[in-house]
Ligand binder design. Structure first.
Ligand SMILES: *[C@@H]1O[C@H](CO)[C@@H](O)[C@H](O)[C@H]1NC(C)=O
Ligand SMILES: *[C@@H]1O[C@H](CO)[C@@H](O)[C@H](O)[C@H]1NC(C)=O
Ligand SMILES: *[C@@H]1O[C@H](CO)[C@@H](O)[C@H](O)[C@H]1NC(C)=O
Ligand SMILES: *[C@@H]1O[C@H](CO)[C@@H](O)[C@H](O)[C@H]1NC(C)=O
Ligand SMILES: *[C@@H]1O[C@H](CO)[C@@H](O)[C@H](O)[C@H]1NC(C)=O
Length: 308
């Protein structure tokens, strides 16, 4: 009898201990997965909005939130700038759920771009210290965010995008209006290990912009920079922003790859836009678009709207 009680006691101890081991194992695993990407990655279905609110007591329902877009362009890309000005940019003036303002963002003034500024009134010069493909693009991001902080302190969302992007204006701003959080980090995600939203279209909530703006851009050699306190340049702008945001643990990351068509020089276009019935009914954005792609997509979009 005593022997059987002892046996039971032993058995229950073994069971409790094993349960504890299993629990510890899972806790440890959970801790690891939680720690490696320091981001809350949120899957927000198309029509859904954050239940968290906008995070700002001032974002009242009566006034629309402000969205500022900087379109990074090279001096020579005048044809792309003109294509944007004639296709989706005029649609920003329409009645959208957000008040949207845009500006082209160029490195440094030249006689030609100064004259373009005089006629179009939509260019900001960053006075960049560097030029060249993927050379210290982080500095351009840093200067753009600093410019926005100074000139649009009342913005809620800020974007940096490239001049070879076609935006489906109505759908994109309906989507972003549902996501208008001051700690949002939105766009097309490159990889999960190292959180990085591609710089061809990256949206940040204003609180994140303000935090970045409080740090110093590191002009020294990379190895002599402090990753945590300073803004270290990764060469690419998107990678740099990803690194800068990685020190915060409350960033609301919304990768929207299924609604965005993205490809680059190293990839083939994943779809043929000329075989789509109405691109902007399915998607929010196309990169990378040539001038003729933009004219085609714009024509398709506006034709679709007048048919309705
Ligand atoms: C999604 O939003 C659109 C536009 O506001 C609306 O017409 C549609 O009914 C919504 N769909 C769902 C499933 O809520
Ligand atoms: C809210 O509004 C007040 C008064 O206009 C201003 O002082 C404050 O900085 C605003 N806060 C935010 C987070 O915008
Ligand atoms: C670049 O310099 C010009 C002229 O000094 C100035 O007006 C402009 O605001 C500067 N750009 C930025 C982004 O600070
Ligand atoms: C900064 O980041 C680089 C690259 O990610 C890394 O090699 C380096 O060790 C980091 N430096 C510090 C001080 O964390
Ligand atoms: C625009 O669409 C119309 C039909 O909707 C078509 O006839 C025309 O060729 C298109 N133009 C371009 C530039 O794609």
């Amino acid at each position: 009898m005593r022997y059987r009680i002892a046996q039971r006691f032993l058995l229950s101890n073994v069971i409790v201990l094993s349960l504890l081991f299993i629990l510890l194992h899972y806790l440890k695993k959970d801790d690891l997965t939680r720690r490696s990407p320091k981001f809350d990655i949120l899957d927000v279905p198309f029509n859904h909005s954050f239940s968290l609110g906008t995070g700002s007591p001032n974002d009242s329902h009566s006034s629309k939130s402000k969205f500022i877009i900087g379109i990074l362009s090279q001096d020579s890309q005048i044809e792309l700038r003109e294509a944007l000005r004639q296709t989706w940019i005029p649609l920003l003036k329409k009645d959208l759920p957000l008040t949207v303002e845009y500006t082209f963002v160029l490195d440094n003034p030249t006689p030609a771009t100064l004259s373009e500024l005089r006629t179009k009134q939509d260019i900001v010069f960053l006075n960049s210290s560097y030029s060249g493909y993927a050379v210290r693009f982080g500095e351009k991001m840093y200067k753009w965010f600093r410019y926005v902080t100074e000139h649009y302190p009342d913005a809620t969302l800020v974007a940096k995008m490239d001049d070879d992007v076609f935006l489906c204006v109505n759908k994109m701003f309906q989507r972003l209006s549902n996501l208008k959080h001051r700690r949002l980090y939105y766009g097309w995600q490159h990889n999960k290990e190292y959180m990085q939203i591609d710089e061809m279209f990256v949206v940040l909530g204003m609180d994140l912009v303000l935090r970045i703006n409080q740090r110093k851009y590191c002009y020294r050699e990379r190895s002599q920079c402090n990753n945590k306190s300073e803004l270290v340049d990764e060469g690419w702008g998107g990678k740099s922003i990803g690194l800068w945001l990685s020190v915060y643990d409350d960033v609301l990351t919304v990768p929207d790859n299924q609604n965005i068509i993205y490809y680059n020089r190293a990839m083939k276009p994943p779809i043929d836009i000329r075989k789509e019935d109405n691109f902007c009914q399915k998607y929010l954005l196309y990169h990378k678009a040539t001038v003729s792609d933009m004219v085609f997509l714009h024509n398709m979009t506006t034709a679709g709207e007048t048919n309705k």
